[in-house]
Design a protein around this ligand. Structure first.
Ligand code: SAM
Ligand code: DTB
Ligand code: SF4
Length: 368
């Protein structure tokens, strides 16, 4: 095995991304086999525990309150509901549950306590628990770790330069700081991004520089293809070609050999042959279940049929890192410490976000 390289440059990554496809595939598949069982794929189920009404302006996201989309918003789910969904996910072959909340950042209080209880409950079902709740402080990351969290998802989404064209309500440095806060615990880091938002190939390479130069590199990297949802600023973005997805997956595999590369949003638009090429190129994780957070995903039976045809097995829980211990709420030594984090709010104007917001205002007045 080659030592992990932590100083990738944008040019080196571009040179990999732009290789003739057969060479790129061969190189990625070779590295993939050195570090992973090529016939095993992790299956993770997403659960939107708090949907819609988010104060952020992420241009891709149907859950941002300021855009007019069709999604149905919901308050925080109960621990009982979450347990029932986790049991269903386990029965259908998932080893991980990823709970997503449409929050800008975690706030100490009863809702966070409820999420901590969800983490304890799922860890006790012997499944890997992941959360994606927005920005977190060091103390909040420690409390999640103590409850038994296995992974925290916090995407960089794109390059630092293009991020300014996507989101105006927070800065790239906030995302990096949250990742650092998670790194101060034993919780593994899951961080990736989206392709198909109008970014250049340089931006894709820029995102991979930001991820691959983290030390250690993230344990998982989700690669999402934009799901262009009506009402969002990105509603008119053209779907990415499968070749772009394959190149992105292969490049991610080469620059982050140990990472689990997850074929994430956008699979409903991909053929099985296309997905098979992504697995060959080094993808070894998927989101399963007929829904992502708010948008459709392939049916689990269809996925299991694809696994059978390709001879793929579902990865067992805790094969990459040991199961964390859960400390019960009453035994916890960690409490809210009244932090007042200063997450940035750049607030610059992004034209397509402003247009989508205006359209949404007109729609709510019944004029569109
Ligand atoms: N609110 C938290 C945050 O932003 O970190 C967690 C939930 S957020 C929905 C998690 C990730 O979903 C985003 O970082 C983004 O990468 C992905 N995502 C959201 N909408 C998407 C879309 N329309 N297409 C593809 N990926 C999307
Ligand atoms: C990630 O990278 N992709 C997932 C998960 N992490 C949280 C979310 C995809 C969301 C796609 C749009 C939706 O369903 O709302
Ligand atoms: Fe909110 Fe997360 Fe959606 Fe951004 S991506 S609008 S932070 S739910």
């Amino acid at each position: 095995m080659i030592a992990i390289k932590n100083n990738w440059t944008k040019q080196e990554i571009l040179d990999i991304y732009n290789k003739p496809l057969m060479e790129l595939l061969y190189e990625a598949a070779t590295i993939h086999r050195e570090y992973h069982d090529p016939n095993t794929v992790q299956v993770s189920t997403l659960l939107s525990i708090k949907t819609g009404g988010c104060p952020e302006d992420c241009g891709y996201c149907p859950q941002a309150a300021r855009y007019h989309t069709d999604i149905e918003g919901n308050g925080l789910m109960s621990v009982r509901q979450v347990k029932a969904q986790a049991l269903r996910a386990k029965a259908s072959g998932s080893s991980r549950v990823c709970m997503g909340a449409a929050w800008r950042n975690v706030k100490d209080g009863p809702e966070f306590d409820q999420v901590l209880e969800m983490v304890r409950t799922i860890n006790k079902l012997d499944m890997e628990v992941c959360c994606t709740l927005g920005m977190v402080t060091e103390n909040q990351a420690k409390r999640l770790a103590e409850a038994g969290l296995y992974a925290y998802n916090h995407n960089l989404d794109t390059s630092e330069e293009y991020y300014k064209e996507v989101i105006s309500t927070r800065g790239y440095e906030d995302r990096l700081e949250t990742i650092q806060n998670v790194r101060k615990t034993n919780v593994t880091v899951c961080s990736g991004g989206i392709i198909g938002m109008g970014e250049s190939i340089e931006d894709r390479a820029g995102m991979l520089v930001a991820l691959s130069t983290l030390s250690p590199q993230p344990e998982s990297v989700p690669i999402n293809a934009l799901v262009a949802v009506e009402g969002t600023p990105m509603e008119e973005e053209k779907p990415v070609e499968i070749w772009e997805m394959i190149r992105m997956v292969a490049t991610t595999r080469i620059v982050m050999p140990q990472t689990q590369v997850r074929l994430s949003a956008g699979r409903t638009e991909m053929s099985r042959e296309g997905q098979a090429m992504c697995f060959f190129a080094g993808a070894n994780s998927i989101f399963a279940g007929d829904k992502l957070l708010t948008t459709p995903n392939p049916d689990v039976n269809q996925d299991m049929d694809m696994f059978r045809k390709l001879g793929l097995k579902a990865q067992k829980a805790f094969v990459k890192a040991p199961q964390p211990k859960t400390v019960e709420a009453e035994d916890s030594e960690l409490v809210s410490i009244g932090e007042k984090p200063r997450w940035t709010r750049p607030g610059h104007k992004i034209e397509r976000n402003e247009l989508a917001k205006e359209k949404s205002k007109l729609a709510s007045r019944g004029r569109v």
